[in-house]
Design a binder for this molecule. Structure first.
Ligand code: SF4
Length: 345
């Protein structure tokens, strides 16, 4: 039996695809070019409508060519119903796949082109930012055990790799303690413990982690980055907007002032720190004044890199009911302004 993978979206999907491939190969399947595949496995992404449209176009063609199609990962309920109508052979719920893959004991490590290795340590999210589908499609936060993560990293070092990234939708909320639901100080420390354990693995390597939420960036984590020699001195800390009004609408529980103070604290504790961020332009109701506040803080912080996204309304999310009132051309204009500033840094 032959198969191919069609992967859209984030590093988590790429990682899941690599595990799925390892599992299928171990079961005697052969990975081939799309046109020769009997089965197509789609790792879907619902974060942008363009990705969803692309997926449906492709599925339509595969079904016409008589291929079986499995779809998993980030899919909204509405889209699941559309998939049924397209006669997609099977729908695999992400959580089932996750369980399946955890139990099939395949190699967990995913390689990217640059040579950096990605090691997921948690998935899902409890934060419910008003624009984001992740809590609906990936479910609530689940962290892998210390032992599983350490085992992956030891294998990675053994096979000669020297750089890797710990992955999670809300990575600095990593928690294996019983009290994780209480959002206690103990929960925060689980991640620090993991960083220390990885740092203590013998070998010549460095590592970083992403993506972080500002509210979970505790003093202990900042201290760990500063003192652990194998942790790279870089933090990806999504800001999303420089307007407190928009941050509130986004359900991001911090103000621009608090965010800036956090960055200042990180920079004062960690030598030669590079900070990168995510910004969304064109969130419903974003005025010129709101956008100017984003420009102001971006200039003030001096980010090493900025990942700029144009707002895309996603069904199921809280902000969906706000509509999409900002014209595409204005989103585009704001994107270009920020992009120019980002390139100046
Ligand atoms: S923290 Fe990130 S993954 Fe979680 S809801 Fe917000 S944007 Fe989505």
């Amino acid at each position: 039996m032959t198969y191919c993978l069609f992967v859209i979206g984030c590093q988590q999907n790429k990682y899941d695809a690599s595990r799925l491939a390892a599992f299928l190969n171990s079961q005697g399947f052969s990975e081939v070019d799309e046109k020769f595949a009997d089965i197509v496995f789609v790792l879907a992404c619902s974060v942008r409508q363009t990705a969803v449209d692309k997926m449906f176009g492709k599925i339509h063609n595969w079904r016409k060519a008589g291929k079986k199609v499995f779809v998993t990962a980030c899919i909204l309920d509405n889209d699941k119903q559309k998939l049924e109508k397209l006669n997609v052979s099977y729908f695999v719920d992400f959580n089932d796949l996750y369980t399946l893959l955890v139990y099939c004991k395949t190699n967990n490590v995913y390689k990217v082109h640059s040579g950096t290795m990605y090691v997921p340590i948690m998935s899902g999210c409890d934060n419910f930012c008003s624009y984001c589908v992740v809590p609906y499609t990936r479910g609530r936060e689940k962290s892998r055990s210390y032992d599983d993560v350490i085992l992956d990293i030891k294998q990675l070092i053994k096979s000669g790799h020297k750089e890797f990234v710990l992955l999670g939708q809300n990575v600095n909320s990593y928690a294996v303690s019983e009290k994780r639901k209480a959002k206690s100080e103990k929960q925060m420390k689980d991640f620090v413990v993991l960083l220390g354990m990885i740092n203590n693995i013998p070998g010549d390597f460095v590592f970083s982690f992403m993506s972080n939420h500002p509210k979970d960036m505790s003093d202990d984590i900042i201290h760990a980055i500063a003192r652990l020699p194998k942790v790279k001195k870089e933090i990806h800390l999504p800001l999303q907007s420089g307007s407190d009004r928009i941050l509130k609408l986004m359900n991001r529980p911090y103000t621009t002032r608090q965010y800036f103070r956090l960055i200042e604290k990180c920079k004062s504790k960690i030598e030669n720190l590079s900070v990168t961020t995510d910004i969304i332009v064109g969130f419903p109701g974003e005025t010129d004044e709101d956008f100017q506040q984003t420009v102001d803080i971006v200039k003030k912080v001096g980010f090493g890199q900025i990942f700029i996204n144009k707002y895309s309304p996603r069904p199921s999310t809280a902000s969906y009911k706000l509509g999409d009132p900002i014209p595409w051309s204005l989103k585009q204009k704001r994107w270009h302004i920020l992009n120019e500033i980002a390139n100046l840094n």
